[in-house]
Design a protein around this ligand. Structure first.
Ligand code: ME8
Length: 654
């Protein structure tokens, strides 16, 4: 029999910045579902990619002084870019689409034309606000205090010629789809869509722009580029070969079984996308699943707020599988969840180090100790074992149900119910007591084999979430290939199976919470600094100073006779200076952070000497030393102006 086809997608990501843990969450979740379906024997197509057009990308590229293509290439293909991240996170996508790929661009032109020719796209006028100096169109809601969000100047009413998609025509069919089918899940998202968008009335959608050029050109009307969402949503079919010759899987895999998307883009996927497909006369995807957000301190992560969490740092520090596991075990997939490093470490320590890790290491260590790692034929089955066996069956059934309804955290909770039960089984059977009595050997043999069996089943269940760790566990237990398969998940009687295991270093070492948190804080601080401008200088003074006023400032060369820290002050250094007058001059300067007092003795500096004397920490300061200041990655830097020592004290600067 041919394997069932299963087509699953992630959203395609905006490569306007490096991806953060929120994007990783979405992709890892989709990956776990895809792996689960493969485990069940489906023929899976898993698509991800990048959404590379639009004004935002064009603006970012201009800011960076590169072309838009160079800009996106760097984020998608460059070091620690999108592709690197998915490789690191062990993402098993079958295909990766970039909306700048030639085949996709050509297909978008055909799709746009198709909808134009069938009368669903028509030319109209887009009214909005126009900023003349910036040559930009804005909608009312984009304005800041009624002014241009870029330059802050006045805007005027304006009209732009644009193409529109007859979204209104599909309102009733979309409403029926949302309300009367399981197309959109979780169910709570249906109410959001119907109440916020359908009930107020669906308006036709503006689907072309003329105010920027980084997009797919409308081939029959130069100057217009296709609206980025029409371009982006179509990726799900162009990547299968729709309207192009690059691929030929459309018939086999469309309609998609599920589009996994974040909640803020549910509207595009559950209203605009089905309407586009209706217009094209193509079947609709079977489901859109809108997951929640990972929040940081209660708010959405965003680069502009500076509160993004870097998946590279976490994966490198705690391991890819531990991170994947944490994301999917902790947060209910359909709701928002608050990310924190403490929670991450606690989950790894509790579930992975204590529960799963300990179960594997205790079992393999006892197998080695009592049976030299070879659990041969025989054994003695007991009533307690029936309970473990039936719990395993119950766990597998619940796990399957939850995975099929994308309740990933509940599926994992089930796997951990079995792991927890197996740990308890060790305490109940007390193998160390059985080992003392030769007559208990058959029972001990069964106990060890039952533990191996419980671990085997658990390892298969966690494999979509932690593929590498699952494989390592199954290898440690010496599980043959066929016994790693979905159809062999039932608990076998210990008397009828044999095992040859091995011991290994702990899979999930316990993490020292305090130490790890401090290191993460340090890494985050370094990342924050790296993101700050390399060099910042004071803005230039706009106001002119007349020459005569300038000439009144008396700048002189001074030599440092003595220098010491001012008592009880962290900032001040006290200088005794030779200013050429024959009388020592005392100046206090707040530069103790930048210099040690002793290193300045004998130096030739510059001071302005005709400032009125003033008192600091009870001591007189007669003048001011001149220094150069700037900021480097957020850190203030200061250098005293030092001159050639051959210049005599008292020489005037002019
Ligand atoms: O929306 N928590 O791209 P995108 C959970 N290009 N998910 C998050 C998240 C967070 N903190 N931050 C982002 C786009 N995401 C479009 C998609 S599809 C045809 C076009 C999720 O890079 C977000 O919800 O802004 C979305 O599902 C995905 O990352 C991509 O976001």
């Amino acid at each position: 029999m041919e394997n069932k086809k299963f087509y699953i997608t992630t959203p395609i990501y905006y490569p306007s910045d490096k991806l953060h843990i929120g994007h990783t969450y979405c992709t890892v979740a989709t990956d776990a579902i895809a792996r689960f379906k493969r485990l069940q024997g489906c023929d899976v197509m898993f698509l991800t990619g990048t959404d590379e057009h639009g004004q935002k990308i064009e603006d970012k590229a201009t800011e960076a002084g590169v072309t838009p293509q160079q800009f996106v290439d760097n984020i998608v293909l460059g070091e620690r870019g999108v592709k690197d991240l998915w490789k690191l996170m062990n993402i098993s996508n079958d295909r990766f689409i970039r909306t700048t790929d030639d085949y996709h661009v050509a297909a978008i032109q055909k799709i746009f034309k198709k909808m134009y020719e069938n009368g669903d796209i028509y030319k109209g006028k887009y009214t909005g606000k126009y900023c003349k100096p910036c040559e930009s169109f804005w909608t009312e809601s984009q304005l800041v205090d009624g002014k241009c969000p870029d330059c802050g100047r006045e805007v005027s009413d304006a009209e732009e010629e644009a193409y529109f998609f007859r979204l209104s025509k599909y309102a009733d069919r979309i409403r029926d789809l949302l309300e009367n089918t399981d197309f959109l899940e979780p169910r709570s998202r249906v109410n959001e869509m119907v109440n916020n968008f359908i009930k107020p009335g669906l308006e036709d959608l503006c689907v072309s722009r003329t105010s920027f050029t980084w997009g797919v050109p409308v081939d029959f009307d130069p100057g217009h580029v296709v609206y980025v969402w029409i371009d982006a949503l179509s990726n799900y079919i162009t990547a299968l070969g729709y309207e192009n010759d690059k691929y030929d899987d459309y018939k086999e895999f469309w309609p998609a079984d599920v589009h996994i998307v974040g909640k803020e883009i549910v509207r595009f996927h559950s209203i605009i996308w089905p309407a586009m497909l209706m217009s094209m006369g193509e079947p609709l995807p079977k489901k859109v699943y809108g997951h929640g957000w990972l929040l940081l301190d209660g708010g959405k992560m965003s680069k502009s707020k500076g509160n993004v969490v870097d998946p590279y740092i976490l994966a490198e520090k705690f391991g890819v599988d531990a991170l994947r596991f944490f994301l999917l075990r902790t947060f209910p997939f359909g709701s928002d969840g608050n990310f924190s490093n403490e929670l991450l470490i606690k989950t790894i320590n509790t579930d992975l180090a204590n529960d799963l890790g300990n179960l594997v290491s205790r079992t393999t260590a006892m197998s080695q100790k009592y049976f030299e790692s070879t659990l041969g034929e025989g054994g003695q089955w007991a009533e307690l074992d029936d309970e473990l066996k039936s719990l395993a069956a119950d766990v597998v059934a619940n796990y399957t149900k939850h995975m099929e309804s994308y309740q990933l955290h509940l599926a994992l909770a089930e796997a951990f119910r079995l792991i927890g039960r197996a740990n308890k089984y060790i305490d109940e059977t007390a193998p160390w007591v059985l080992a003392k009595d030769e007559a208990s050997k058959p029972r001990l043999l069964s106990v060890m084999k039952n533990l191996c069996e419980a671990i085997r089943i658990s390892a298969i269940l966690v494999s979509p979430f932690m593929p590498a760790s699952s494989e390592a566990i199954l290898n440690q237990l010496g599980v043959e290939e066929t016994l790693r398969k979905w159809e062999n998940l039932s608990f076998r009687c210990s008397c009828e199976c044999c095992w040859k295991s091995s011991t290994a270093a702990p899979l999930f070492p316990r993490i020292d919470v305090e130490k790890a948190l401090a290191e993460l804080e340090e890494a985050a601080e370094a990342a924050r600094k790296a993101a700050l401008p390399a060099l910042e200088i004071e803005p230039f003074t706009e106001e002119n100073v007349d020459f005569e006023t300038f000439c009144k400032s008396d700048f002189r060369v001074v030599k440092v006779l003595a220098c010491e820290n001012v008592k009880k002050s962290e900032k001040l250094l006290k200088f005794t200076l030779d200013d050429g007058s024959g009388q020592p001059r005392q100046i206090l300067s707040g530069i103790a952070k930048f210099y040690k007092s002793e290193e300045l003795i004998g130096k030739t500096l510059v001071a302005i000497i005709n400032l009125p004397p003033r008192k600091m920490m009870g001591q007189a300061s007669c003048g001011m030393l001149i220094s150069a200041v700037h900021t480097e990655r957020g850190e203030e830097k200061l250098k005293l102006l030092m001159l050639d020592d051959s210049i005599p004290a008292g020489a005037k600067l002019c």
